[in-house]
Design a protein. Structure first.
Length: 419
DNA sequence: TCTGGGGTCCTAGGACCC
DNA sequence: TCTGGGGTCCTAGGACCC
């Protein structure tokens, strides 16, 4: 059996841990640039605030119900996440960290009756040690665990834990809306709806060949998983990324080339860092720029260019160099840019890089410089040492007007408790 | 005024090989 | 009238996830 442990309203819960006055009140957390709602407390959901709604459209509701609003605080959420994951790892020899707020645990060998108690112990321990509430779904496959998690969250009488067994599986599937099934997205939902498929049980009862034809092998796997046949293994160590993308919308639009170049240099440097972190090199780089598509009154422009580099690299110097080369070619004067990004791909392990006959770079030396830079930045903080092209103005920075403190990752921000 | 960021997998079709 | 058989690699586009 697999358990899916999912943190409830994770970002909001992180904010509440350090500010208990938020308990019982409607709270939302916004995306970068204070753009859209990406996390809601139950009270905010009850008011009817939808996921992904732009914040400025909610101004009235926010005032009317005195909703507490936060900018996204990733250092805090990332740190709280790793605390939760460390605790979960104590409860199973095999864990897959599926996202910042979810993990699958392998619970092989437990009986149903023990599972209930064990899940409760997991839930209580995570709450006791971190203050984060979780829900737990348990099933014979990852898809069934996901389904169980839906009921753990939805049924108040489940108290945050739901186990789908062979005996009760059909009953649960008959109550699971088809669009809540893991792997069924908007398009397939529309298509299935047209054929009268409303629940997960309806889906399970479809002819396998029909599903294969309409939804490819992906749909077939989902069907089998819902029947209790395992198609997706636990991924205990995350595979290396095949693409790495760093992109941001700007707080204010940028028309000045030098500012845009600074931003792109920072994104490129971040890509290089991520490559080194997973011990990879990339040989393809793409840079894109785009104006504000919502501003119909302004001239629109978007462009991306891909360059294949002669030798796969993870050097900040080289990746910035190529990124700026592309930017010079795609930048056009007279536009107000809203977003830019860098994507590296064709990723290979750093110990399996195909060298080039006419390569003029002393790669051994370059690697040592990068290693030294990473070590300094690790010890003294991010961007303590950086490439000049990255600048220091950060005028392209994000809008974050409602940012909470970095309670767990910054000495100055540690919380004071008066007893 | 204001609208997020980062990924994966699968397939069809074209280009190519013998 | 009729025109082989068996492959690989790459890419764009669509679907999905958080």
């Amino acid at each position: 059996m697999y358990a899916l442990v999912d943190c409830n309203n994770f970002y909001v819960s992180c904010e509440r841990v350090f500010d208990p006055s938020l308990n019982g009140k409607p709270v939302v957390v916004l995306s970068n640039n204070d753009g859209c709602v990406i996390s809601r407390s139950n009270e905010a959901k009850a008011i009817g605030i939808p996921m992904g709604k732009p914040a400025f459209e909610l101004k009235e509701l926010i005032e009317k119900y005195n909703i507490k609003v936060f900018s996204t605080n990733f250092p805090l959420y990332g740190d709280m996440s790793s605390r939760v994951m460390n605790i979960l790892a104590e409860f199973s020899p095999e864990i897959e960290i599926y996202s910042i707020d979810e993990a699958f645990l392998n619970l092989k060998g437990y009986k149903y009756i023990e599972l209930q108690d064990y899940a409760k112990k997991i839930k209580d321990t995570v709450y006791l040690y971190t203050g984060i509430p979780v829900s737990i779904g348990i099933g014979a496959t990852k898809t069934l665990a996901k389904a169980a998690e839906y009921f753990a969250k939805k049924d108040s009488k489940s108290k945050g834990i739901c186990i789908i067994s062979d005996e009760n599986r059909k009953e649960y599937l008959s109550r699971l809306p088809i669009d809540e099934v893991w792997g069924i997205g908007r398009q397939h939902y529309k298509m299935l709806n047209k054929y009268g498929v409303k629940t997960a049980l309806d889906f399970v009862n479809l002819r396998p060949q029909w599903i294969r034809n309409q939804m490819t092998v992906v749909g077939s796997k989902t069907q089998e998983e819902l029947m209790g046949i395992e198609c997706f293994d636990l991924e205990t160590s995350p595979p290396s990324k095949k693409n790495i993308c760093v992109s941001r919308s700007f707080g204010n639009m940028i028309s000045d080339y030098s500012l845009l170049a600074e931003a792109v240099s920072n994104f490129a440097a971040s890509c290089a860092e991520k490559l080194r972190h997973q011990h990879s090199c990339a040989s393809t780089i793409m840079v894109f720029v785009i104006t504000n598509r919502f501003r119909k009154d302004l001239p629109q422009y978007s462009k991306n260019v891909i360059v294949n580099m002669p030798v796969a690299t993870n050097s900040t110097f080289e990746i910035i160099k190529y990124a700026l080369f592309i930017l010079r070619n795609i930048y056009k004067d007279g536009y107000q840019y809203k977003k830019a990004g860098v994507i590296v791909s064709n990723i290979v392990p750093d110990n399996a890089v195909q060298t080039a006959l006419f390569d003029e770079i002393d790669r051994e030396k370059q690697n040592k410089v990068m290693l030294a830079m990473d070590n300094i930045n690790k010890k003294y903080g991010r961007n303590t040492l950086k490439v000049a092209a990255m600048g220091k103005h950060r005028e392209w920075k994000l809008k974050q007007e409602k940012l909470s403190r970095a309670y767990t990752t910054k000495w100055q921000d540690i919380i004071n408790v008066k007893v």
